[in-house]
Design a protein around this ligand. Structure first.
Ligand code: ADP
Ligand code: 5GP
Length: 184
């Protein structure tokens, strides 16, 4: 029987670079699979259903909660996000390492339910740089950016609760640090 895979939780403020760093990590390390979340957020240009997210209605999201289909879920800046159990459990059994890109409330729920999960807080070098990245990404309105930054100030206080903290100064370097955490 294959050794059980590991659950790697990457969390941290919106715009810190989680998707970017996970992209580098997956390109570089074999045997990692990304857990595709469900969300009620509208797709951004270029985002694909079933690849970036499962884009669902509020009704469908509530149904997933009621049916216990989600490992964790949270509301973030006006939208719901959750991890389908179907993305995680079967893969862990097959020995695959599963990566979650989730915000801090969800990360705490996962750690509670599965203490063996490895949690990494990906931090920006500064709040000023976080704002530059959110603006530079060009996907959110000024109001959404303001709310995401306001949320980030509170999220940063939670970094000490994680198993590891990595500062995303540069994506290749941050991915390398996370790879080293997985190897250790
Ligand atoms: P998150 O998934 O945490 O919301 P993204 O991966 O979408 O963040 O990154 C937000 C923006 O910052 C993107 O435009 C991305 O290209 C950029 N970015 C990511 N990492 C870095 C970095 N280390 N230095 C500069 N810009 C970065
Ligand atoms: P975005 O709208 O920028 O794609 O994501 C907003 C936030 O939601 C990010 O911090 C991201 O990590 C988080 N997120 C994405 N999927 C999930 C999920 O399944 N559960 C939780 N709790 N947060 C998620």
């Amino acid at each position: 029987m294959a050794e059980r895979g590991r659950l790697l939780v990457i969390s941290g403020p919106s715009g810190t670079g989680k998707s970017t760093v996970i992209g580098v990590l997956m390109a570089r390390k074999e045997g990692l699979e990304f857990s595709v979340s469900a969300t009620t957020r509208a797709p951004r240009p270029g985002e694909k259903d079933g690849v970036d997210y499962y884009f669902v209605s509020r009704d469908r999201f509530n149904e997933m909660i009621e049916n216990n289909e989600l490992l964790e879920h949270a509301e973030f800046v006006g939208n719901c996000y959750g991890t389908p159990r179907s993305q995680v459990e079967a893969r862990l059994e097959k020995g695959i390492t599963v990566i979650l890109d989730i915000e801090v409330q969800g990360a705490a729920q996962v750690k509670k339910a599965m203490p063996e999960a490895i949690t990494v807080f990906l931090a920006p070098p500064s709040l000023e740089e976080l704002e530059r990245r959110l603006r530079g990404r060009g996907t959110d309105s000024d109001e959404t950016i303001r709310r995401r930054l306001e949320t980030a100030r509170k999220e940063l206080l939670l970094a000490p609760e994680y198993d590891h903290m990595v500062i995303n100064n540069e994506p290749e370097q941050a991915a390398e640090e996370i790879r080293a955490i997985l190897e250790s």
